[in-house]
Design a protein around this ligand. Structure first.
Ligand code: HPA
Ligand code: MG
Length: 220
């Protein structure tokens, strides 16, 4: 197995401008609000299928307790779990998956705020003794993930792995906490595929770069 590919994922370079919008379809109501298609939906899906394989190889025969970090992680989580089921049925090796949800909030506009708010179930005692897969859409500074991991560990799971669809290259990037990385991207704000800007753009399938107009229009 290619360990580098697993740790960094598909690496998107700093100067990648994204694909021109004309090459894809997207919701008409966003046509002024995005600059480019940064990662097309189909590529996201292909990559998630590969991540599902890594997960299955690591979890062996253990049931998977999936902890989905809302709201941004809901599409990634749903698609990842689907691929785990499909790959399982294709190879006649079904892994039992259970999904639980946790909600964190740390962003206003496109800025990270300092503190971690766990909204929703703080009591994660159902994780005790389980093999846990944390599923998160974006890992940037790693501060949030570090805090969440610490919280999860207090419930004494048997094993914990982290899947991050996107990992941002930020200055002083901590040692990676993410076991399965979809894409390593530059430190820029992206939306779509359940990632939001003040709750907008979750209904966009592709991961896109927001335009100046979009940033202004949906600012709070
Ligand atoms: N987009 C949306 N939400 C986010 C991002 C991003 O780039 N980074 C952290 N939360
Ligand atoms: Mg958000």
């Amino acid at each position: 197995m290619d360990n580098a590919g697993m740790k960094r994922g598909i690496v998107i370079k700093d100067d990648w401008p994204g694909h021109s919008l004309d090459l894809f379809t997207y919701p008409e109501h966003y046509h002024e609000d995005i600059d480019s298609v940064y990662i097309p939906h189909g590529v996201i899906m292909n990559r998630i299928e590969r991540l599902a394989r890594y997960v299955m190889d690591d979890f062996g025969d253990n049931n998977i307790m999936v902890l989905c970090v809302l709201k941004g992680g809901y599409k990634f989580c749903a698609d990842l779990v689907d691929f785990i089921k499909i790959l399982g049925s294709n190879s006649n090796k079904y892994l039992e998956t259970r999904v639980e949800f946790i909600r964190l909030k740390s962003y206003l506009n496109d800025q990270s705020t300092e503190d971690l708010h766990i909204i929703g179930s703080r009591d994660l005692s159902f994780l005790h003794g389980k093999c846990v897969l944390i599923v998160e859409a974006i890992v940037d500074t790693g501060k949030t993930m570090k805090a969440l991991l610490k919280h999860v560990e207090t419930f004494q799971p048997k094993m914990v792995k982290v899947a991050g669809l996107l990992v941002k290259r930020v200055p002083n990037m901590a040692e990676s906490l993410t076991d399965y990385v979809g894409f390593e991207i530059p430190n820029r704000f992206v939306v779509g595929y359940a990632l939001d800007y003040n709750e907008y753009f979750r209904d966009l399938n592709h991961i896109c770069v927001i335009s100046k107009t979009g940033k202004m229009k949906y600012k709070v």
